[in-house]
Design a binder for this molecule. Structure first.
Ligand code: RAM
Length: 507
């Protein structure tokens, strides 16, 4: 693998790293998780008594702690024996299972068959040889529930006390003014989205604090959009943009994700739509900060994305060999949606170029060529975009609308029509839903956008989530891109944009 590092950008990213804020949080109460078919994923949490330390634990005992909300942090505690009963003459062993949601706690790790490595499962077992002692786990966990099981067989109790989570984040929700929309449900959705962003905002904008704990550019773009209007942590946004410019493969395309603490920091594979969103990140940076210096510095990087992707496009059918992401929708023909993304980002590049006084004729040429190809997929009879494989997807319609190649009236017809079209190619991620909302917003369908947020994110609240999850399908509670719902992330950055949209839609 050959990685090219721009040391200047890497150094600038490093200098923008700030210490995290820390808060000590304690478990709120004991809890129990029971099977209940009516509850989300079949498990219901029963709240039990408040915790008073120390807690006595015998061999084979289990205790489930509820921290009362989602936290990202490090666990510590104290262990002691009962000297009047018996000195610890044999090591004590504990198994810790952390969960963002009940299903994660209740699914045995031995049964895991998911597509991602099982190391992401949030559990570990530790021995304690001499008591009293202080215990701490080095790994950072994202959780609300903590199951502690005593797994050794020694026949004496021990006491555990001072169970604390040192919660970490780059930001504090108390620094953002409270929202009051007059609609209690919208307020709750806003707060849940803000909390999601806060939990993901660490040394970089992580996609999810449980998993993958990395900086993905598709996620970053939506996080930054929301952050400009809430926490205003522009330094962190700048740091993350520098990181993407600093570490690239030989092909010079911006990586889909960065592993900030694991050199060589990037893999060589790409998602070409994600690479193009580097342009969107610079575009938003200018729009929200009015500062042109970052775009000036990184203009060549942005232009390289445009040129590389444009060269990869087959101009007759509009497809690319460069593998776009678009959404986690199985068997989706992504070619039409991809062309929409291409034009959408080229318009942003044109804007950046104009602001920087750079030539735009080449970019305009790109837009015209791909526009003609994209228009050839508009089926006059159906009044919708149909791909070369004959697919009618939400993705094609949304991105064709966002490309801005049609009139507002035409866009409105398409956006209405897709809601009553029978297709298996529907939006699967909240990330894709963000772009649907943007399409509605751009075409004066603010009411539809708000209703959509209220309905979809409202169901997330009803399901019992504390933050916005990576995946949520109201018709299939067990949906998982990794074929294992327990590995899904229940606090995921790309779902946080209601905190951006709600105030914007109410303007
Ligand atoms: C998953 C993560 C991440 C996303 C990629 C494409 O691995 O959820 O957030 O950007 O997919």
């Amino acid at each position: 693998m050959s990685i090219i590092i721009n040391e200047v950008f890497a150094e600038k990213a490093k200098l923008l790293k700030r210490p995290l804020l820390k808060k000590k949080v304690h478990p709120r109460r004991f809890a129990e998780i029971k099977k209940n078919k009516a509850a989300f994923q079949g498990y219901q949490v029963i709240e039990k008594e408040d915790i008073s330390f120390p807690v006595k634990i015998n061999s084979r005992d289990k205790i489930l702690l509820d921290f009362g909300d989602h936290f990202v942090g490090y666990l510590s505690f104290s262990l002691d024996h009962y000297p009047e009963l018996k000195i610890t003459d044999t090591p004590i062993r504990f198994k810790f299972t952390f969960g963002e949601f009940p299903y994660e706690i209740m699914t045995p790790p031995e049964e895991y068959k998911g597509g991602l490595g099982s190391g992401w499962l949030q559990n570990e077992e530790r021995s304690y040889v001499f008591l009293p002692c202080d215990g701490a786990l080095e790994r950072r966990y994202a959780f609300r529930y903590l199951l502690i099981e005593r797994t050794d067989s020694a026949s004496f109790p021990v006491k555990i006390s001072d169970i604390v989570c040192t919660a970490v984040s780059a930001v504090d929700t108390d620094d953002v003014p409270q929202i009051s929309t007059g609609d209690e449900r919208l307020d709750r959705i806003y707060n849940m989205s803000l909390k999601t962003l806060k939990e993901c905002e660490q040394d970089v904008f992580e996609d999810g604090p449980k998993r993958d704990r990395r900086l993905w550019i598709g996620d970053l773009r939506l996080q930054a959009l929301t952050d400009y209007c809430t926490f205003k942590n522009t330094e962190l946004i700048k740091r993350c943009i520098y990181l993407f410019a600093a570490y690239r493969g030989e092909h010079k395309m911006v990586a889909p994700c960065i592993f900030p603490d694991s050199p060589p920091c990037v893999d060589e594979w790409t998602f070409c739509d994600y690479s193009l969103f580097f342009i969107s990140c610079l575009y938003d940076y200018i729009k929200f900060t009015e500062d042109l210096s970052l775009a000036e510095e990184l203009y060549e990087t942005a232009l390289t994305q445009a040129l590389t992707v444009y060269e990869s496009i087959d101009k007759t059918c509009g497809s690319t060999v460069l593998n776009p992401f678009i959404d986690w929708c199985p068997s989706l023909d992504k070619s039409v949606a991809f062309q929409g993304v291409f034009i959408y980002t080229m318009r942003q590049l044109k804007f950046i170029s104009e602001r920087l006084g750079r030539p735009t004729d080449k970019i305009e040429g790109f837009i015209d060529t791909v526009k003609n190809t994209l228009l050839s997929f508009c089926d006059e009879d159906k009044g919708l975009f149909v791909t070369a494989k004959g697919q009618i997807s939400w993705h094609s319609q949304i991105w064709a609308v966002l490309s801005g190649i049609l009139t507002k009236e035409e866009n409105t017809v398409i956006l209405k029509k897709i809601t009553c079209t029978d297709t298996e190619f529907t939006m699967r991620t909240t990330y894709m839903r963000h772009f649907y909302i943007e399409a509605l917003y751009n075409n004066s369908m603010k009411k539809e956008a708000l209703d959509f947020i209220k309905s979809y994110w409202g169901q997330i609240i009803d399901a019992g989530f504390d933050c916005c999850p990576e995946v949520f399908n109201p018709d299939n509670e067990f949906e998982s891109p990794y074929h294992a719902p327990e590995i899904n992330s229940a606090c995921h950055a790309w779902s946080c944009t209601p905190a951006y949209w709600i105030p914007e839609l109410l303007k």
